[in-house]
Design a protein around this ligand. Structure first.
Ligand code: NAD
Length: 367
């Protein structure tokens, strides 16, 4: 099987490409524009494999997309290419609308035209897998919202809080999540109107190796070792449901190859943590594996909260577990420890990102 992965040089896309090359017999075409978030060094371990090919293409470029479909003849599309950073979407939403909405529209149109010309057998196997986020659902009630929450009486640990299911209504809060919600709607419309065989996944926050250091976990690890402040938004009580990226990659390949056409699967790690807990746990791991005179937690600095900040995300991942037999291998504790150790052991990768060298190298190699 040949799988076309868009955004394969990004954080999750590169984990998907590595997973396909290392754990399956499928071939991969990695289609990526190489924005600031695309880093071919994350694929160094697989890039010489004969089952791997790279195309530097913008998903907004319909002509180039058509060429790639005709040249590589993929059996499955896994669409991950996106602008993905919420803070950047608040500062400049335009690029998010362009890539996440127009880019997805272009890809759907090319897939539709390509699929229409496939032989019956190939058409029956073809699948367009759209990779999305739980942020499309908006946010959920926070424990502090309940009687028993902060400032409202006694705390109750046993409160049964709601989770996002595949049937939760969409209510995106940020330009990023609104653009992803739009792309999800486009995919479902192309399935219903044109019969394109699609599957959608919505996943919680990922963390792990090769994560761009603008996101919370790598930022905290790298600031901690550089003795810089560890910024925490607001009171740090926002809750995210964390999933180790390699667990997500495994789930995505399973859905792309075995997921039922027309279905949506929520993917999550059952790891609801307040941001402040995440930061403190990273500090504790560092105190243990890279001790210094002062405790790392002393570097924690609270900063003004992000506008419109969602308070709680949490995924009910029982459908994918029941129907496809997937569940995460890592707990938050094992995954976070692996991640901290990976950053300590892979300084060249992140130094090249921080210095911008990873972008210069790509210019030098003609990419
Ligand atoms: P990322 O920002 O690390 O990577 C995005 C990749 O897409 C980069 O390689 C970039 O070069 C490429 N890209 C951007 N614009 C492009 C364009 N116009 N044409 C072609 N390529 C382009 O993102 P990520 O964190 O790996 O997320 C991947 C996907 O998963 C996104 O669709 C995101 O919405 C979704 N997602 C992310 C998370 C998370 O926690 N990171 C959680 C759930 C879902």
């Amino acid at each position: 099987m040949k799988i076309l992965v868009t955004g394969g040089a990004g954080f999750i896309g590169s984990a998907v490409v590595r997973h396909i090359i290392n754990n399956t017999n499928h071939s991969v075409v990695n289609l990526d524009k190489l924005t600031y978030a695309g880093n071919l060094e994350s694929l160094a371990s697989v890039s010489t494999n004969e089952r791997y090919a790279f195309e530097q293409v913008d998903i907004c470029d319909a002509t180039e997309l058509k060429r790639v479909f005709e040249q590589h003849k993929p059996n499955i599309i896994m669409h991950l290419a996106a602008e993905s950073h919420v803070d950047r979407s608040i500062d400049g939403p335009g690029e998010f609308m362009q890539t996440n909405i127009i880019g997805t529209y272009n890809l759907l149109e090319q897939a539709r035209a390509y699929c229409a010309n496939l032989e019956v057998e190939a058409k029956a196997k073809f699948k367009f897998h759209h990779i999305s986020t739980d942020e499309v659902y908006g946010d959920l009630q926070h424990p502090d919202d309940f009687i028993g929450g902060e400032g409202k009486g006694e705390k109750s640990e046993s409160q049964n809080l709601p989770l996002f299911t595949e049937d939760t209504s969409y209510a995106p809060s940020s330009p990023y999540s609104a653009s992803k919600a739009s792309s999800d709607h486009l995919v479902r419309a192309w399935a219903r109107t044109y019969g394109l065989p699609t599957v959608v996944t919505n996943c919680s926050n990922n963390y792990g190796p090769y994560h761009f250091p603008e996101k919370l976990i790598p930022l905290v690890i790298l600031n901690a070792v550089a003795e810089k402040p560890l910024p925490v938004y607001g009171k740090g009580n926002q809750i995210r449901d964390w999933l180790y990226v390699e667990d997500h990659a495994e789930a995505l390949v399973l859905v792309a190859t075995e997921g039922k056409v027309g279905e949506t699967y929520n993917i999550g790690g059952h790891n609801e943590k307040q941001n402040i807990e995440v930061v403190k746990t990273i500090c504790q791991i560092l105190d243990e594996v890279k001790p210094k005179a002062k405790k790392y937690a002393e570097q924690i600095t609270f900063v003004a909260d992000r506008p419109g900040h969602d308070m709680r995300y949490a995924i009910d991942a029982s459908k994918i577990q029941k129907e496809l037999g997937w569940q995460p291998k890592e707990t938050f504790e094992t995954g976070l420890r692996k991640t901290v150790l990976w950053y300590l052991e892979n300084e060249t990768w992140w130094q090249n990102v921080l210095s911008g060298h990873y972008q210069l190298e790509r210019l030098g190699s003609g990419n």
